[in-house]
Design a protein around this ligand. Structure first.
Ligand SMILES: [Ca+2]
Ligand SMILES: [Ca+2]
Length: 207
């Protein structure tokens, strides 16, 4: 009996879900590489199964190399995302999977705005409803200076199972988004296992 690719992928999915909840961090340090002292407007970024795009068809968001010397942008020594006037961000799974958001690092947009910044996150649930949270930064930013421009903010349990997250406001800087997988409920489990069993049987009968 030879298992086809879909059956193998299904079994792999069942296996990985059996491991329980796991977390992973999108650092925005992936390719294409961006020079440390550059910022660049983009309309798509992919890292570790997660897709980042503007809200709507024609928007954009911005990537920073992390050390833009001539500007007052924040620094943490690595690349990150930022949103200038008109920028927006939509976050979704490249596989159409549900996911959880655990935490995110946020900083003010630039040293021109040395005041607390309010950033809104809207999570879309499977049933079409939305959940909203708002993080307020400390207003501390000194760019190339020694202070920590970024702070880590934690999402509550409402964001543990969403299909998409949008950041509709702009003038923020964002890095290190921590995601979690969604563990299927027992009924989903049974369906997955039944599906795997039936598929295996079908493949076996064809031989
Ligand atoms: Ca980074
Ligand atoms: Ca800050």
């Amino acid at each position: 009996m030879k298992l086809g690719t879909p059956a193998l992928m299904l079994l792999l999915a069942v296996w990985s879900q059996a491991q329980g909840t796991f977390q992973w961090t999108v650092t925005f340090d992936g390719g294409p590489q961006i020079a440390p002292n550059h910022i660049l407007g983009i309309n798509y970024y992919y890292e570790q199964g997660i897709e980042f795009a503007p809200i709507g068809q024609n928007g954009q968001f911005t990537r920073s190399g992390g050390q833009p010397d001539q500007t007052g942008f924040p620094r943490n020594g690595t690349a990150y995302l930022l949103a200038g006037l008109g920028d927006s961000l939509s976050v979704s799974s490249a596989f159409g999977a549900r996911f959880g958001l655990v935490s995110v690092d946020l900083a003010e947009f630039s040293t021109l705005y040395q005041s607390p910044l309010s950033v809104q996150f809207v999570g879309y649930k499977l049933d079409g409803s939305t959940v909203t949270t708002e993080f307020v930064t400390d207003g501390i930013i000194d760019g190339a200076g020694p202070l920590n421009d970024f702070q880590t903010f934690y999402f509550d349990s409402r964001f543990a199972d969403v299909t998409r997250v949008e950041v509709p406001t702009y003038r923020w800087s964002l890095d290190n988004m921590v995601f979690s997988n969604v563990v299927p409920e027992p009924s989903t489990w049974a369906l997955l296992l039944l599906g795997a069993a039936l598929f295996g049987q079908r493949v076996f009968k064809q031989k």
